[in-house]
Design a protein around this ligand. Structure first.
Ligand SMILES: [Zn+2]
Ligand SMILES: [Zn+2]
Length: 244
């Protein structure tokens, strides 16, 4: 199995260190054929882009730089956080419609839309990070929210499932299999990735192996994810960024 793309990298427009050009050059240096720039959305506290329109600015920057950049396919996307129990994302649909790739993920720190969301979703999820019984209670709320998200938006990939906030990976994998959404094996974080691969295999869902690089040097650092899916004999044709 060989990986030809890294579909999850951050630039200085959110909490990454490199410029779009640096991430693109790093991906080409690793021999990848494709790379995605997927910065955090504007509601993410301390790590997000300045505003929704930043994604359009990044697209324009990449287009303008294209003549001097390496010959590699560049996708400008976003990693958008789920900000309500109804599966709402932190980005307006008009912006999402202009992206090349959409990653949706559960993150704890963002500005909720209103007090109701804050009380019923945001704060209980923060409590779930500290308390085991709160965590189990939020697992089903988050799973339902994430499934709503993939039904309401054109989500390509769900980032690091069950890492920061609890989710039922098996139920999520079943929904992803129906919608064609990929679950992520994220090499930049430690979490139960084996469970993600097994859940995807059980239900026939696809996987994406991504770096979640926040530095250009880490773009395309995918070996540990590749080794995991090979060890668990996950089918190569079900990994969206792999070929034989
Ligand atoms: Zn993330
Ligand atoms: Zn990320």
């Amino acid at each position: 199995m060989k990986l030809f793309a890294d579909y999850h990298t951050h630039t200085k427009y959110s909490d990454g260190r490199g410029s779009p050009a640096q991430n693109i050059e790093a991906a080409a240096g690793r021999g990848l054929a494709e790379v995605a720039l997927t910065d955090h959305g504007p509601r993410s506290i301390g790590i997000g882009v300045a505003g929704p329109e930043t994604f359009i600015n990044i697209k324009e920057e990449v287009t303008a730089l294209a003549p001097v950049l390496p010959d590699i396919k560049v996708l400008v996307g976003a990693e958008a956080a789920v900000i309500g129990s109804d599966g709402r994302l932190e980005l307006p649909k008009e912006i999402i419609g202009q992206l090349d790739l959409l990653i949706a993920g559960l993150h704890p720190y963002y500005m909720p839309d209103n007090l109701r969301d804050a009380l019923l979703y945001t704060l209980p999820n923060l409590a779930a990070r500290l308390n085991r019984s709160a965590r189990e209670k939020m697992r089903s709320t988050n799973t339902k929210a994430m499934i709503e998200t993939i039904h309401s938006y054109p989500v390509d990939i769900i980032s690091h499932p069950d890492l920061m906030l609890p989710v039922d990976t098996s139920e999520l994998a079943r929904a992803c299999a129906e919608k064609g959404t990929a679950l992520e094996v994220n090499t930049g974080h430690d979490y139960n990735k084996e469970e993600i691969v097994r859940s995807a295999a059980r239900w026939g869902a696809r996987l994406a192996i991504n770096s979640d690089a926040h530095y250009p040097e880490s773009v395309g650092e995918l070996d540990s994810g590749l080794a995991l899916v090979e060890r668990l004999r996950f089918p190569v044709e079900m990994v969206i960024n792999a070929v034989c």
